[in-house]
Design a protein around this ligand. Structure first.
Ligand SMILES: Cc1ncc(COP(=O)(O)O)c(C=O)c1O
Length: 474
């Protein structure tokens, strides 16, 4: 595998790199605009070293520098995030002039509500530009406690809250804090791409429990029970779910809680980051609010999705003091406290009212309209199976009936990777292969895009699919 300087070629034209590094993309013969993106690193005959031509070196620098490229076994066990790779590459194509519609990213297309943005600007003006306490400002942690009590029915004190640079960091620190080598992290699949890799980074083994589209991708408590043993350390629940949009009904969570309660070593990491992006009649239940679950639940939430604050990098973890302190210890040696400016903005976000008030309701209404439009459109398409999502902003669609089809000028559509490559080549629509989320029969479409963009995407997908002769009858 060649080494990668991906992305840097865009900002620094003196560096040349290639889009073909990813295991997803092939060379872009169809996109002549991208042909000037080339690669100039060479693997040397020695397996773990590369030779580079010295570029800007001083006159006495050697012509060729050899670098040992050995990486740690931990890093080698981790796969890069495919969603990030595809998003970055779709962006690179757009910058190279290819009119790709990007439906791969996991971020709202809305601007951060102005009240929140203003609070950030004021924070700078008022000099809130210094380090904050490692666990976050008292003001923000108090506001988070208030939110969790009012909206989620869970009581925490400010010392039981750890504010981080995004929920992603909260999940990773939670797993690192509680897992011992060889422990198992139970992950219902399809899963958010980062969970298994984070489990590996925590020296634990991810154990995937498959769910099916016919069951709305919800975990069967009996199947969960049959997968638990003394090594089971953490069960990760994500509701509303990325990538499926399914929402766990309270009754199902209660059944899961009864099983969890039988396993003293088992903790639950409840990722509730899409909590507010939910479509009635579905409702959100916080796992920690269920009887007996507070003591064994790490609740993760953040500001990225509901408040359209992905770039502010602000999330948090709430749980029993012992676990939160352990996570804080890790954070204190890694990043320290989150941005002081973002934390001021976070306080303003939580001040918008119950569930984010009108500002969030407007965005959720738009997401719902888009979901309804896409569900209708895909239901009309031949060979596509769908489970109507109840939350988040993704559709996870089963396209497996197209697998095995030969397409002239492209080749065989073997799996979700090749289907997505085909949709990009033929339709110039970027979506994510379900294989990245543990279910190769599906692809994930993000509807964090305007209605006209989604309408254009549907037309392109329809046209691209029309060219495929179905491999098996539908
Ligand atoms: C399920 C899930 N959890 C956590 C995160 C991380 O969010 P943040 O931007 O707060 O790090 C994401 C982002 O895509 C997500 O989809």
């Amino acid at each position: 595998m060649a080494a990668s300087l991906q992305g840097s070629c865009i900002s620094n034209p003196s560096l040349k790199c290639s889009l073909q590094d990813s295991d997803f993309f092939r060379p872009y013969s169809l996109f002549p605009q991208s042909k000037n993106l080339h690669f100039n690193w060479k693997k040397s005959p020695r397996e773990n070293s590369i030779k580079m031509n010295a570029v800007n070196g001083a006159s006495n620098a050697p012509d060729v520098i050899t670098v040992d490229t050995t990486l740690s076994p931990r890093v080698n066990s981790v796969k890069p995030s495919k969603t990030v790779a595809i998003t970055d590459q779709a962006t690179a194509l757009v910058q190279a002039g290819v009119p790709v519609i990007r439906l791969a990213a996991g971020e709202p297309d809305f601007d951060t509500p102005s009240v929140i943005a203003e609070a950030g600007i004021n924070a700078i003006r008022e000099g809130h530009t210094r380090y904050t306490p490692n666990s976050g400002t008292f003001e923000l942690r108090k506001a988070i406690c208030h939110k969790l009590e009012e909206e989620n029915g869970i009581s925490y004190t400010p010392d039981q809250i750890l504010v981080s640079n995004g929920a992603k960091q909260s999940v990773l620190q939670g797993l690192i804090a509680v897992c011992s080598p060889g422990d198992e992290v139970i992950i219902p699949g399809p899963f958010w791409v980062s969970y298994p890799e984070m489990a590996r980074m925590a020296d634990a083994n991810p154990v995937i429990i498959e769910t099916s589209l016919d069951d709305n991708f919800l975990l069967d408590p009996k199947v969960l029970e049959s997968n638990l043993n003394e090594k089971s350390r953490v069960l990760i629940l994500c509701s509303p779910s990325n990538p499926t949009g399914s929402v766990y009904p309270r009754k199902l969570l209660e059944e899961i809680a009864q099983i969890v309660a039988k396993h003293p070593r088992l903790l639950v990491l409840s990722d509730e980051i899409y909590e507010h992006i939910i479509y009635a009649p579905a409702t959100h239940t916080s796992f920690a609010s269920l009887p007996g679950m507070w003591e064994r639940t790490l609740t993760v939430n953040g500001f990225s999705k509901a408040f359209a604050m992905t770039g502010w990098r602000l999330g948090y973890l709430a749980g029993p003091t012992h676990f939160v302190q352990a996570c804080g210890k890790i954070q204190s040696q890694a990043t320290s406290g989150a941005s002081s400016i973002s934390q001021k903005a976070g306080v303003a976000a939580l001040g918008l009212g119950y569930a984010g008030g009108e500002a969030v309701a407007v965005m959720v209404k738009a997401f719902r309209e888009r979901r309804d439009y896409l569900v209708r459109s895909f239901k009309e398409m031949e060979g596509v199976k769908i489970s109507e999502p109840q939350g988040a902003f993704y559709l996870f669609l089963d396209f497996s009936s197209y697998y095995g089809s030969e397409v002239e000028g492209f080749g065989t559509i073997k799996d979700s990777d090749s289907l997505c490559r085909y949709l990009l080549d033929k339709g110039q629509v970027a979506v994510v292969p379900g294989g990245a989320f543990g279910d190769d029969s599906c692809i994930r479409i993000s509807y964090a895009a305007s209605m006209p963009t989604l309408q254009a995407a549907i037309e392109r997908i329809k046209k691209a699919l029309a060219a495929i002769k179905l491999g098996i009858p539908v």
